[in-house]
Design a protein around this ligand. Structure first.
Ligand code: NAD
Ligand code: MG
Length: 394
């Protein structure tokens, strides 16, 4: 069997490490062609020693210089620097599979480069799709790229859809998508309690171990808002056909309801190696290193409706999708700025949705007719979110 060459964008992150753990178990199936990351040169150097990629990239130029020094005894590994280097490996002809696991808007250009080069793209970087929805999906259609979701909910939905009909809900007889959410670490908190929660508390997710940004997004429910938009684009549907179900056990990763009343669900331990392995090997099934599910130990499943009064981010995301055009890009940019300030201790948790809403109000929606327009709106929204934070915190 020919091995698949894989390029991993965001190699030092939470998804990156889970991906490498799956690849490590299957040296006969996968070979790492390139590893790319942001700033952590020592971590990337250690991964290069183990996986021996042909190319390694650091987006940060000084980190790239350090990586070059650290890998001086391995001259076969080409070291590239900067965003252009990340885009270059994303599109390189040697790899047929690209795992898009950079966090935030920084992932859009490289993910798009992989899409335009017609790769099998394993999408974790939901922000890229949220920002550029229609243009992104058009690029997938034009290049013939194969887009496979590894966000656990979307991978679950993908698995519950009839193969080949993932973009035609009508023809497939789909009536609803039931998108599950853990509810995050503050599910039972009162509005008053939410005012004083710390970054450390927000990052301590009850079920999943993830990067900081997505952990905060899970705590505000913005993650579910971004995922709602992600599901609309991936599965060609709209928010009226998606219902968020808070399911604190995080065992059912989402469900699809059909016209005959059948509801198909995908279950599994909350471990990202399952959706990653599913997409890496698709349509085959491989060992992901995940312990078998013990339903006797879990005992019960619970479901509740999300509380949009305490967690307005989910409502803001649905509204941004309905507004269309550049609104989702503005939502995403304002969220990235607010979350970063919250993690620095400079903004209250409960002010994250306030900043996003004010930024959305202050920024005109225009047609998302080009990627240039989207990047310009992203920059404008970041400036405006910064202003709103200054106004709120003086
Ligand atoms: P993380 O913070 O742990 O890792 C982010 C990675 O991106 C790091 O390797 C970092 O070096 C790299 N990076 C950052 N900026 C970069 C740049 N400009 N160029 C190149 N690399 C850059 O984040 P994560 O939790 O692994 O999440 C990654 C993405 O996957 C996010 O979009 C997130 O929403 C999504 N996702 C994560 C999980 C999870 O369980 N962690 C689940 C579903 C979806
Ligand atoms: Mg998810």
């Amino acid at each position: 069997m020919a091995r698949r060459n894989v390029t991993l964008l965001g190699a030092t992150g939470s998804i990156g490490r889970s991906t490498l753990d799956v690849i490590r178990r299957h040296p006969d199936r996968f070979r790492v062609h390139a590893l790319a990351a942001g700033t952590r040169a020592r971590e990337l150097a250690a991964l290069c020693r183990e996986f021996r990629p042909r190319v390694a990239v650091m987006a940060d130029p000084s980190a790239a210089a350090l990586l070059r020094e650290l890998l001086a005894d391995l001259p076969d590994i080409r070291v590239l620097a900067g965003d252009d280097g990340v885009c270059e490996v994303a599109a390189a002809p040697e790899a047929c599979t690209v795992v898009a696991a950079i966090v935030g808007a920084a992932g859009l250009r490289p993910t798009l480069a992989a899409v335009r080069a017609g790769k099998r793209v394993l999408l974790a970087n939901k922000e890229a799709l949220v920002m550029s929805g229609q243009l992104f999906m058009d690029a997938v259609a034009e290049s013939g790229a194969e887009l496979l979701p590894i966000d656990s909910e979307h991978n679950a939905i993908f698995q519950c859809l009839p193969a080949g009909k993932t973009r035609d809900p009508e023809a497939a007889g789909i009536t609803r998508i039931l998108l599950t959410a853990s509810g995050g670490p503050f599910r039972g908190h009162t509005a008053e309690q939410l005012r004083t929660v710390s970054p450390a508390e927000a990052c301590a997710h009850p079920n999943w171990s993830m990067g900081k940004k997505i952990s905060v997004d899970s705590a505000t429910l913005m993650n579910k808002g971004l995922e709602l938009i992600e599901a609309c684009w991936l599965f060609a549907t709209d928010p009226s056909r998606i219902e968020v179900h808070v399911h604190p056990e995080s065992i059912i990763h989402s469900m699809v309801e059909y016209a005959d009343g059948s509801v198909l669900a995908q279950l599994g331990s909350p471990d990202m190696r399952t959706p990653i392995a599913n997409a890496l090997a698709w349509p085959e099934r491989i060992d992901a290193g995940v312990a078998p599910l013990d339903l006797f130990a879990i005992g019960r499943f619970h479901f509740e409706r999300p509380d949009l009064a305490r967690f307005p981010c989910l409502r803001l995301a649905a509204e941004a999708f309905e507004a269309g055009g550049t609104a989702p890009a503005v939502l995403n940019a304002a969220n990235e700025v607010a979350v970063a300030r919250f993690l620095e201790g400079a903004l209250r948790f409960s002010d994250i949705p306030v900043i996003i809403e004010r930024t959305l109000t202050a920024t005109d929606v225009v047609d998302a007719d080009s990627f240039e327009t989207i990047f310009a709106k992203d920059a404008e929204a970041r400036r405006r979110a910064g202003e709103q934070i200054r106004l709120l915190t003086v």
